[in-house]
Design a protein around this ligand. Structure first.
Ligand SMILES: NC(=O)c1ccc[n+]([C@@H]2O[C@H](COP(=O)([O-])OP(=O)(O)OC[C@H]3O[C@@H](n4cnc5c(N)ncnc54)[C@H](OP(=O)(O)O)[C@@H]3O)[C@@H](O)[C@H]2O)c1
Length: 261
């Protein structure tokens, strides 16, 4: 590996590139799907809400709607088969879908934590397992996974959400070791705060909040550059990266001071 070469092979020009986005009905996934359709890619859109997927696709001849619940692994496998039967080899699978629930130590319970881990960790891992054999067989392609800067280190109120995203970071890093030497792209997407239906529920001022369109621009440009970690907005994520380096005493002190929690 050359020291300063892009960490991923450059993706082909978007025109006619074939992309599957899981979590494309709202927010970051919807905005990214629209960007890629505008750029000339063929985009398959998945999520549970078929009506919203149709709105995002706006009748584009380059869009395919594949509604599914991605915690249902057989349904993911059926959609993957349908997609490949229609379009052949797929250039990029982007797993954006996820959910968020605030949780503190005294709110921890099995039902909510299982539900959160099912959507944020087991479903992305199982989806990766579904697409892997065909991706390896086709001999090229890329996989992108959306985690969160909440996966860098523990944060107040993110008891299980943060753990799910930290696990996804580790999972994606580990995938890179296996897939990069074989010529596949592996992308780790790390959003800061993005205005979407997910964050509309937050009752605190979100620092450096950006729009879903800005997030989509950052993702598309990171994919084009062959970055491994696509993090944004950089003004926020750079601060989170610095905090990650602090010893625990300083980290706990500063996060308490910043959040008041
Ligand atoms: N917004 C932020 O500030 C932020 C920050 C860090 C990380 N993230 C991450 O970015 C990703 C996208 O979040 P967002 O903010 O764009 O939220 P969002 O607007 O709520 O989008 C979530 C997407 O995931 C889909 N989804 C959820 N559960 C699903 C399931 N079981 N099966 C299939 N699709 C499912 C939703 O569609 P349906 O409901 O139609 O199924 C929707 O398309 C998430 O992984 C989130 O953790 C977001």
């Amino acid at each position: 590996m050359r020291l300063f070469a892009p960490l991923n092979p450059p993706l082909p020009a978007w025109r006619n590139a074939k992309v599957w986005i899981i979590g494309a009905s709202t927010g970051i996934g919807a905005a990214t799907a629209q960007r890629l359709l505008e750029a000339g890619a063929k985009v398959a859109l998945s999520a549970r809400s078929e009506d919203k997927l149709r709105e995002v696709a706006t009748n584009s001849p380059d869009a395919m709607i594949l509604p599914l619940d991605f915690t249902d692994t057989p349904a993911v496998a059926r959609a993957w088969d349908t997609l490949r039967a229609a379009w052949g080899a797929i250039d990029l699978v982007l797993v954006v879908a996820g959910t968020h629930q605030e949780m503190r130590a005294w709110e921890l319970n099995e039902r909510d934590s299982r539900a959160l881990l099912e959507i944020n960790l087991h479903a992305p891992v199982n989806t990766t397992g579904v697409v892997m054999p065909a991706l390896l067989a086709q001999g090229h392609g890329a996989l992108g996974i959306v985690a969160s800067v909440a996966g860098y280190r523990g944060l107040p109120k993110a008891l299980v959400y943060g753990a799910s995203k930290a696990a996804l970071v580790n999972f994606t890093e580990t995938l890179y070791f296996d897939l990069h030497p074989k010529g596949f792209g592996v992308y780790l997407v790390m959003p800061g705060f993005v205005r979407t239906p997910l964050t509309d529920r937050n009752d605190f001022a979100m620092p450096n909040l950006i729009s879903a369109d800005e997030a989509a621009d950052a993702i598309v440009s990171g994919l084009r550059n062959g970055d491994f970690e696509i993090h944004f907005p950089r003004v926020f994520t750079r601060k989170m990266k610095l905090l990650r380096l602090l010893p625990y005493r300083a980290y706990f002190f500063l996060i308490r001071k910043i959040t008041g929690l």
